[in-house]
Write a protein that binds this ligand. Structure first.
Ligand SMILES: [Zn+2]
Length: 267
């Protein structure tokens, strides 16, 4: 009885917090989000991994799109997907992550299409996924790459609201080589550093978010051109010096948003 009373007393606070309207302030590289929701630890077609050092909060439509990707992958017969790194409860900078993932509009989905074993929580937390890229960086590892990887990447470009999907240049190159028929989706597959074992899905600012700033859209075309060759030319050059990371200049409105207590998860 006492438990039920406690739950009843807590309920108004929970629903009040859950109804906080989502609000994204800022753009790629500096921003924050209010009213984010949390991706549940697992759901149809996916499991989250590395939970003790990842954040799983995102804009509501982004979380729905990730769940949709997992459901579509499952319906297509693909194995369970591993997901991690979305955003902190209110976005903003995340230790150790590149400058994105601040707006609740970015998610990392692992390109691991093995059948998934049942893992202990500790194993799931420490999981490492093998690279799909050959050691010389010039192509995919033919022993690991499969047509299912191309299918999953295409499915990611077809999600509602997706802006671009970042992968290693060697993965983009492989898609350029093997995609026949409809190649229009290659437009949204963009080469980037790293990303040899996971894809980074970036979503556009959702409608009704006037304080959210998009980056310019990808250039027209399938991107299987000199702009892709550029990445491989860099492999022959000495690595450029790494500029020291500067803390991002967050929009003023983020100071208050980052101090709020997080919304409750969805159970
Ligand atoms: Zn990422």
């Amino acid at each position: 009885m006492r438990l039920r009373l406690t739950l009843l007393l807590l309920l108004p606070f929970w629903s009040a917090a859950a109804q906080e309207p989502p609000r994204i302030v800022g753009g790629p590289g500096a921003g924050c989000i209010a009213g984010a929701v949390e991706l549940p630890p697992e759901g149809p077609g996916y499991e989250t991994i590395r939970r003790s050092h990842s954040w799983f909060w995102g804009y509501p439509s982004v979380i729905s799109a990730l769940e949709l990707l997992a459901q579509r992958a499952q319906a297509a017969g693909l194995p369970t997907l591993y997901m991690n790194d979305i955003s902190r409860p209110h976005g903003g900078p995340t230790a150790g992550l590149h400058a994105s993932h601040m707006l609740g509009l970015d998610a990392d989905v692992w390109l691991d299409l093995h059948l998934k074993p049942t893992l202990t929580p500790a194993q799931r937390d420490a999981l490492q996924v093998d690279s799909l890229v050959a050691p010389d960086g010039r192509g995919v590892d033919p022993g690991r790459w499969t047509p299912a990887h191309a299918l999953l990447l295409r499915m990611a470009t077809e999600l509602p609201g997706v802006d671009r999907v970042l992968v290693n240049p060697a993965i983009k190159k492989q898609l350029c080589l093997e995609t026949i028929g409809n190649r229009s989706w290659l437009h949204l597959i963009r080469p980037w550093y790293g990303h040899s074992a996971h894809m980074h899905i970036h979503f556009r600012c959702p409608p009704g978010q006037p304080e959210c700033r998009d980056q310019p859209p990808p250039p027209p075309g399938d991107g299987c051109d000199a702009s892709l060759d550029w990445w491989f030319a860099q492999l022959d050059k000495p690595a450029p010096p790494v500029a020291p990371a500067r803390p991002p200049k967050l929009p003023a409105a983020c100071a208050a948003i980052l101090q709020q207590s997080p919304s409750p998860g969805r159970g």
